[in-house]
Design a protein around this ligand. Structure first.
Ligand SMILES: NC(=O)c1ccc[n+]([C@@H]2O[C@H](COP(=O)([O-])OP(=O)(O)OC[C@H]3O[C@@H](n4cnc5c(N)ncnc54)[C@H](O)[C@@H]3O)[C@@H](O)[C@H]2O)c1
Length: 366
């Protein structure tokens, strides 16, 4: 039984806060932009154009709701200038090259974006006295994966088999060095902001159109009326709705702002064990609910992908009161609801906002 009080993302806290969000045109960035706007925050976004077409950023008409800058994270002077002009209190860094397969094709671009992008952002923050809290988004793949049956803790060894995972482990090391060197309250003249990193697993939700992710692959197949091609049916993933880690980032930013010393650390945000389903189970669930849907197994060969990876989230539970809220079937049903809205040309922004409200009203599920 859950004995923790319900974690609270406080509209009183977020109302009027100036937030600088990188990666706002992407999947997670679009959801977070809308949520922050609904909480009353004043959001400045910094990212390249939406990485997919269609995109949630365009479908939900997000450019109307925030101060959107389409620019490269590797352009350090422009990044610093844009951050300084926005004078944010909170910075959330999500801009990245986030795909394992692309990282095999474009390793240098992946490292430039994910590692040097983080360096440039933190350097810009150092010059910006208004900032009080910085959350750097990495991934569960930053750990050295031993295919263990227990979850990785924040103190476990960093690693990464492929360039994407390794680039995010490098970003974690960058965060650590900047925290020790420039954001350390024991260092005279240090920047007063709290600096934390957030590691989450495979997220799913309406509006993700990325290539080589299984839920978008299902969506494209359903809309085309063709079978879903499944690459790694037995791979088990810690699936979670995109609102789960986003709620963690918001709570973490709140706590960092209030208590920068205490919360300047790494945090895992993953689902409960029972939501670690195989790819096959997940596709089967969606196919059973979408009329006429079916799947076929693609025998490969495929590039290396980790088979089993789960996070131990005891720290986020204990220190942030963060808990997952939607069991996996609830998360998958919300994707089908979004898909029906998309297919029938309904109001995507209204659909996403109503899902955010439903999520806020849900209790943690133990
Ligand atoms: N989606 C997942 O399952 C997942 C899991 C773990 C971690 N993450 C992390 O969450 C973050 C967001 O992921 P997503 O799924 O929304 O990815 P996405 O591809 O949908 O969005 C990426 C965003 O980064 C921006 N971007 C890419 N290169 C850039 C550059 N050079 N300069 C400026 N902006 C650039 C894109 O324009 C876009 O706004 C990433 O840091 C990713 O590594 C995602």
């Amino acid at each position: 039984m859950n004995t923790l009080p319900t974690p609270s993302i406080s509209p009183d806290f977020w109302h009027g806060k100036r937030v600088f969000l990188t990666g706002h045109t992407g999947f997670k960035g679009a959801w977070l932009s809308l949520w922050l706007h609904a909480l009353g925050a004043r959001v400045t976004g910094y990212a390249l154009d939406p990485p997919t077409s269609p995109s949630l950023f365009v479908d939900a008409r997000l450019a109307d709701l925030l101060d959107s800058h389409i620019a490269d994270i590797r352009n350090a002077p422009l990044l610093a200038q844009t951050l300084a002009a926005a004078a944010p209190e909170i910075v959330i860094h999500m801009a990245a090259q986030p795909l394992v397969r692309v990282s095999y094709l474009e390793p240098a671009l992946t490292y430039e974006t994910n590692v040097m992008g983080t360096v440039y952002l933190l350097d810009a923050v150092r010059q910006c006295p208004s900032v009080r809290a910085v959350v750097i988004v990495t991934t569960d793949k930053c750990y050295e994966n031993h295919e263990w049956h227990w979850g990785y803790r924040e103190i476990d060894t960093l690693g990464g088999h492929d360039p994407y995972s390794s680039s995010k482990a490098c970003a974690e090391l960058v965060v650590n060095a900047y925290r020790n060197s420039f954001f350390n309250p024991n260092t005279p003249g240090a920047h007063p902001a709290g600096l934390a990193s957030a590691r989450a697993g495979n997220v799913i939700g309406g509006g993700d159109w990325a290539l080589d992710r299984i839920v978008p692959d299902c969506i494209r197949a359903f809309l085309a009326g063709s079978p879903v091609r499944v690459r790694n049916p037995h791979a088990i993933r810690p699936w979670q709705h995109v609102l789960e880690p986003l709620s963690g980032y918001l709570l973490l930013a709140q706590r960092l702002y209030e208590h920068p010393r205490q919360f300047s650390q790494a945090f895992n945000f993953g689902p409960h064990d029972r939501d670690a389903w195989s790819v096959h189970q997940l596709v089967q669930y969606l196919c059973a609910k979408w009329p006429g849907a079916s799947m076929t197994i693609d025998p490969g060969p495929h590039p290396h992908e980790a088979h089993f990876l789960k996070l131990d989230c005891s720290k986020a539970h204990a220190l942030l009161n963060w808990q997952p809220r939607w069991p996996l079937p609830r998360a998958l049903d919300s994707i089908l609801e979004w898909l029906e809205t998309y297919r029938s040309r309904g109001d995507i922004r209204a659909c996403i906002l109503s899902q955010i409200r439903a999520f806020e009203a849900s209790s943690p599920h133990a």
